[in-house]
Design a binder for this molecule. Sequence first.
Ligand SMILES: O=c1nc[nH]c2c1ncn2[C@H]1C[C@H](O)[C@@H](COP(=O)(O)OP(=O)(O)OP(=O)(O)O)O1
Ligand SMILES: [Mg+2]
Length: 199
Amino acid sequence: MNEILIATKNQGKVREFEDLFGQFGYRIKSLLDIKNAVDVVEDGATFQENALKKAETIANQFQIPTIADDSGLIVDALNGRPGVYSARYAGEGKNDLANLKKVLEELKDVPQIERAARFHCSLALAIPGKQTVVVDGTCEGFITKEPIGDQGFGYDPIMLIPSLGKTMAQLTKQEKNAISHRSVALKGLAELLSNAVLK
Ligand SMILES: O=c1nc[nH]c2c1ncn2[C@H]1C[C@H](O)[C@@H](COP(=O)(O)OP(=O)(O)OP(=O)(O)O)O1
Ligand SMILES: [Mg+2]
């Protein structure tokens, strides 16, 4: 089976990608396996810019096809925050629990009907010598009053999926992969991933 490099250090993303890429016939490697990757500063104004920068920097360094994921939570009542700052919303320490608590605190007086939110994922596929491709996926929900569930990662415990009556953190990996922003975005790369260039 062919290998593809995912330019991420996020274990939660890697776990999901392992399943998602299995469907396409790839084994994946991440920056958790390769230790000497350059540190990419995520200073873009959009998810797309950050995904592009991460993918191209790492593809350039290792000269292999690379996918990067830049993602986050967009809350309507917070004017789109945390957005591109999702990973460091409560500070540079990247603490998932502190981040979601900050969102709950900011929404404490906001009624359920006004707590609409979405996860966004931009994926960039960079192949050395070729034009980088960027795709997007989203997943709609509502922010709960309290964290519920212990699966997944990040903001999953406060993201209610209305059609399922569960938070993202109450879903199995397979259930999450069936609806997530990440899987929706990856479908946008499906044709390229089936292409002989990568196989
Ligand atoms: O499915 C998800 N379920 C819950 N939370 C999620 C999800 N997807 C992204 N998120 C949150 C986690 C983090 O707060 C931010 C991503 O930030 P982002 O910079 O893309 O990832 P990261 O720094 O953790 O890893 P890396 O940049 O090495 O890929 O959005
Ligand atoms: Mg990051």
